[in-house]
Design a protein around this ligand. Structure first.
Ligand code: ADP
Length: 296
């Protein structure tokens, strides 16, 4: 956390509490034996000095933790930015290799290039997610708001996820009205949030399954539900779902790939757009993630 255990605020608060109880008892004992105002004033002053001293250490520790967090966040930003350039170059070189020399490559060589491309995509996504997390933590996560039609975004995302869904034996169905009112939001970022919910729903289905996306407008908000009959999330871990880097134990068993950053970023996107995101889940039965966004 940036400070040693004995300087953490929670530890210091316990010590301060114990001190106060001990000193109050001592004052009580002293007051019983010495009927003197001076003794009482001196003991009360001692209590105040001790409380102020421990309070001061607590403030310093909190400042040190805040400084350490800031440095950590800045380190993530710098490291991720530095990784962006070689990653773009790698992608560029692979594109050239495929466009210019594809005909001269063997099946095996093409297969290897595809594997490198997939690894590149995973790394690029991780770097982008880390940059977004650092921006959120530093209060620099800016949304470019415009008029958005959620139905168009959802159609595009279903299309993009259909290949993975087909390969995983998952059927995606969409229940939506013909038309919905527009919302004011960052089109790209809202797309990221919806894609995360849909791709998670597909990803965390163990065998064959169904993902149901439902869109409805209730006059004030547009509500989007993404329901699956997948592995679900254990009840005792559900309060951590929107925390950074959280991955449930059962999800790790089924899906080794994942960073635990998607939902943290998605919830931030929805909340910064004026909406809400939450979920219900039963282990072994499935999950129902939803968000609502205000109509413009
Ligand atoms: P990632 O999927 O990369 O691990 P996310 O932030 O998107 O990260 O999700 C965090 C965790 O929440 C996942 O690792 C998984 O444990 C759980 N989770 C999210 N969506 C679902 C879902 N539809 N079904 C079951 N578990 C889920």
């Amino acid at each position: 956390m940036g400070v040693s255990v004995w300087r953490t605020p929670s530890f210091l608060f316990i010590i301060m509490g114990l001190f106060i109880v001990a000193i109050m008892y001592a004052v009580y004992v002293i007051a019983r034996f010495y009927d003197s105002v001076e003794v009482l004033v001196i003991s009360e002053s001692a209590v105040i000095i001790i409380i102020l001293s421990i309070g001061n250490i607590i403030i310093q520790s909190v400042e040190q933790i805040a400084r350490a967090n800031k440095i950590k966040s800045e380190f993530v930003t710098i490291a991720s930015h530095q990784l962006k350039t070689p990653l773009s170059q790698m992608n560029w070189e692979l594109e050239i290799l495929l466009s210019k020399y594809k005909s001269g490559l063997t099946e095996k060589q093409l297969e290897i290039i595809k594997i490198i491309q997939r690894s590149h995509e995973t790394m690029a996504r991780l770097v982008n997610d880390l940059l977004d997390v650092a921006r959120i933590d530093q209060g620099r996560f800016v949304l470019n708001k415009e008029k958005v039609n959620l139905l168009e975004i959802i159609d595009m995302i279903v299309e993009e996820n259909s290949i993975l869904a087909k390969a995983s034996n998952v059927k995606i169905s969409v229940i939506k009205p013909e038309k919905i009112p527009e919302i004011t939001a960052d089109k790209k970022r809202i797309g990221v949030a919806i894609d995360n919910l849909v791709s998670n729903a597909v990803k965390y289905i163990d065998k064959k399954g169904v993902v149901e996306i439902k869109v409805e407008a209730d006059g004030k908000n547009i509500n989007v539900y993404v329901k699956d009959n997948g592995v679900g999330i254990q009840e005792d871990q559900q309060d951590k779902v929107f925390q950074k880097f959280f991955r449930s134990d059962n999800a790790v068993k089924y899906q080794t790939e994942g960073t635990g950053l998607g939902l943290y970023i998605s919830k931030n996107i929805i909340e910064q757009s004026g909406g809400k995101m939450d979920f219900k889940s039963i282990e072994g039965v499935g999950s129902d993630f939803w968000f609502s966004l205000p109509i413009s």
